[in-house]
Design a protein around this ligand. Structure first.
Ligand code: SF4
Length: 343
């Protein structure tokens, strides 16, 4: 894999994502994901989510001392839009969530695909990809406590599921015909107005003629057409980050659904990027306002059925933990291109 983009400002080692030191887990269904490792917070019985105070550990401005300031990722942006309390519990409290089989399946598949594109182009035959699978599964058990999520009795089936998803890539593209510019790259940047953005790009391809394609792999089913916008929101978010760092608008955003070998593409234009940037600025100011007041309200929806935090949610008779205070907004150095003026 060439990593020639990594010397540019804003492209860096994945030291953190959402301040946890972990990237968001790869989900198996194209929806929200767990937060990986979390430190957890104090017990229950404190102020409710709507307490309106900075809470324990916060100074007079509601800013908690000694915690890492936050930036916005596509997943957490979707969380806040879906339910402000969910955002708080994940991003601010870092309340632990159990890892699921679907998430770790996604993580292992991504790791195999990264290994695959790390090989020389001519070596990326399907048989070689298949050989990478048991190695990645072995790593998952050895380094990632895989047995806690997938018991050893289910390892063979898990490995076979990973192999099936990896093989499906060959129905979408031929990895022996091109080499990506980067894989699994962590980006940190900000909008022109200073909203800090970060996230991992699964893959970036740059054509010999200079056109850029941002690719994201999904191991779950493609979304119902009604939910396509959510999937594309994530891609517009990545596209904006790329544009802010490189000054080049990607020519194509591609979501690859390995489950059924299908894909969705989007061609972003400048107007849609300006709109995305403005909507993220609005969202971040709502998040900051809620962060400083501690007022993160629950917003129920059908997705509550899959929420790991029901026991802490007032909408389900629970009580949120005492609000730990707003960790602050991460400051990202200026100097990235201005989207609306191109300067
Ligand atoms: S159960 Fe529903 S309303 Fe409550 S925190 Fe989770 S997503 Fe929000």
């Amino acid at each position: 894999m060439s990593d020639r983009l990594s010397t540019l400002p804003g492209v860096m080692d994945p030291v953190e994502i959402d301040g946890t030191g972990q990237r968001d887990g790869h989900d198996g269904h194209g929806g929200q994901v767990g937060n990986g490792a979390h430190t957890g917070t104090g017990g229950h019985g404190g102020q409710g989510a709507n307490s309106g105070t900075g809470g324990h550990g916060a100074n007079g401005d509601g800013i908690a001392a000694g915690r890492k300031p936050l930036a916005l990722s596509a997943s957490r942006a979707a969380d806040f839009t879906r339910c402000p309390l969910l955002y708080r519990l994940r991003a601010v409290d870092r309340n632990p969530e159990p890892r699921t089989r679907a998430q770790v399946l996604g993580t292992v598949v991504h790791s195999v695909l990264e290994d695959l594109y790390g090989l020389e182009q001519e070596e990326r035959a399907p048989e070689r990809a298949a050989q990478l699978v048991p190695l990645a599964v072995e790593r998952f058990y050895a380094e990632d406590s895989g047995g806690e999520v997938v018991p050893l009795s289910g390892r063979a089936e898990f490995e076979s599921d990973v192999a099936g998803l990896v093989a499906a890539l060959y129905g979408v593209e031929d990895p022996q015909r091109f080499s990506p510019a980067s894989c699994e790259q962590y980006l940190l940047t900000s909008t022109s107005a200073g909203t800090p953005l970060h996230g991992f790009l699964d893959r970036v391809d740059v054509a010999p003629t200079g056109e850029v394609r941002v690719v994201d792999y999904k191991t779950g089913k493609p979304p119902h057409p009604r939910f396509r916008d959510q999937a594309m929101f994530q891609m517009r978010f990545y596209s904006l980050m790329y544009q802010r760092i490189h000054g080049v608008l990607p020519a194509q955003l591609k979501l690859i659904y390995l489950k059924n070998g299908s894909w969705l593409t989007l061609t972003p234009d400048l107007a849609s990027m300006v709109e995305t940037e403005a909507s993220l600025d609005r969202l971040w100011s709502q998040i900051e306002e809620a962060g400083e007041s501690g007022d993160f309200r629950p917003r129920t929806s059908r997705l509550c059925d899959w929420c790991d935090h029901q026991a802490l949610c007032p909408a389900f008779g629970g009580t949120p933990p005492e609000y730990p205070g707003w960790p602050g907004t991460r400051v990202v150095p200026a100097g990235t291109p201005n989207l609306s003026t191109g300067e």
